[in-house]
Structures are given as C-alpha cells and as structure tokens.
Design a protein around this ligand. Structure first.
Ligand SMILES: [Zn+2]
Length: 62
C-alpha cells in the first residue's frame, strides 16, 4: 500500500483514499479532506497508470 501525505492539509492518505474527479475532461485525484488536486491526468499522456511512480519519491513509511 502506498501512503502519501497531502501537501496541503498534511493528512496521511493512501492512494485508495483519494477521490477521483473529472476536471475539464481530465481525471484527477483530489484529497478527500481539503479537496486539493494532487494528481491530474495530462492531455497527451497516460500518466494515471504511473501514479505509483509519481508518489515513489515520497517516504513510503511514516
Ligand atoms: Zn488535503
């Protein structure tokens, strides 16, 4: 399980806790606590499936 900390409200989250929303036609993941957009799918890529890589640089263990 990948754990992240929201950079906005510092709530510990797992990627499964993030809420998926559509913003301007792009799938984005938002913090369920503060509704900040943490990850946004870009136009020309399929970066969504690399979410784990996106968070790989975050500390894996608290
Ligand atoms: Zn947050």
């Amino acid at each position: 399980m990948i754990r992240i900390v929201c950079p906005h409200c510092h709530t510990p989250l797992s990627t499964n806790d993030l809420e998926q929303v559509m913003i301007a036609g792009h799938r984005s993941l938002i913090c369920p606590d503060c509704s900040s957009v943490l990850v946004s799918e870009s136009d020309e890529s399929t970066e969504y499936h690399t979410l784990e890589e996106h968070f790989a640089e975050q500390p894996a263990h608290a």
